[in-house]
Design a protein around this ligand. Sequence first.
Ligand code: FAD
Length: 427
Amino acid sequence: MTMHSVSTGVEAFRAAAREWLAQNLARRSGHEERSARGLTHRTIEDIATQRALQKRVHEAGFAGITWPVEYGGQGLTAAHEAAFLEEAEPYRLPDMGIAGVVTIKVCAEVILRHASEDFKRRHLPKMLSGEEVWVEFFSDSAAGSDLAGVVTTAVRADGQGGDDWILNGEKVWSSGAYYADFGLCLARTDWDVAKHKGLTWFAVATAQPGVTVEPLREITGDIEFCREIFQNARIPDSERIGEAGSGWEVAQTALRFEREASSGSLTSVAKMPRPGPLAPDLVELAARAGRSDDGHVRQLIAKAHADDFASRALGERLARLMAAGHPAGGALISYVKLARGIVEPNHAKAAIEIGGAAAVSWAKDDRLGATFALDYLNSRVTAIAGGTNEIQRNTLGERVLGLPREPNVERNLTFRESQRRALAEST
Ligand SMILES: Cc1cc2nc3c(=O)[nH]c(=O)nc-3n(C[C@H](O)[C@H](O)[C@H](O)COP(=O)(O)OP(=O)(O)OC[C@H]3O[C@@H](n4cnc5c(N)ncnc54)[C@H](O)[C@@H]3O)c2cc1C
């Protein structure tokens, strides 16, 4: 593997990156730059190709640029990374879909902060080289927003030798799990302490005995989510992340990076944002539908444009506040996530209103035509994934504005008692 030394200046690194990219990666076509969410199902063959490409990027020393060397990174600065990303902009970087993003932007961040040294050395280099793709096994069927309510349970395999855990239960909505190697799994390890105290994280290998991964079909016809069933799956204690019982603290790290990943990068603070182009997809759709001169349509386009500008301005303002050490810190990201969770459904709805039939029917090879209907069907993704709009509002109320916390009827109860109480109330 090529190692770029810490003494390599940013410009020398940039030049090396430019040369390597030109020789090794394909350029993106203009077509691919459209932002539509579209269908996200990936074939196993396609993912294998992307894994091989990721391996080459890693071997050339351009993956994990700021990560510590002992975990497979380059140990360089954020400026080196920014230079690489600038140079890589016109190229098609390896793309392992949603799970690829989750591997690096969420799971690896959690592992770096909470896993044992041995765990980090075993897994992180493989995550960087594309050998290990990870997803989140967070949501139980009956515990989504109420994350600490998970009932998927791991117990010590006492009396059966070793210090393994036995995992039983069910997770759902895990994006990309059908091609992932590991799930970062939140499990209950103690029912007889308060709800938030009895949780622990584990790495669960998707291919191991006792783990079944079932892909789910969505309203778009796409297959991105999966359901996992654990039946006496044996997990070595060395695959535990963080102390037993410390799962709630670890979950806060995962949630923070999840929110960051789904809110776009907030780290580049610069000048005030420029207005940007006038909602180009809606302008084109209005033209397709022959309604460019319709006053109501023009209002909808203007509103979408104002929303785009306002959410960019909000993002940049919050980035500035965070960089200046605002006391609410990472919780501020909830503003951006909430804004996008409101703006995206409005934008998608405006497209259907503007386009009418032109927004919901398209010729087979008309890629843009398909995006309006798909965007509409997918438009609640940001409003739900990684914490719903209502949960973002709760976070902002409690952690940023200092409003009173929600009433907690489970205070002073163990998780077992609160489950019994909920059962009694529902019957
Ligand atoms: C695109 C996408 C990708 C996802 N990927 C993953 C993944 O990879 N791994 C994973 O584990 N999960 C994943 N999820 C699941 C996601 O985390 C949950 O859907 C989300 O946390 C909401 O949980 P729920 O669906 O159980 O809804 P519920 O929690 O049942 O919520 C139902 C409604 O009640 C409201 N509500 C709930 N509690 C409160 C409250 N305290 N105050 C006010 N309102 C409340 C909610 O806002 C919502 O409107 C994904 C979801 C989506 C949409």
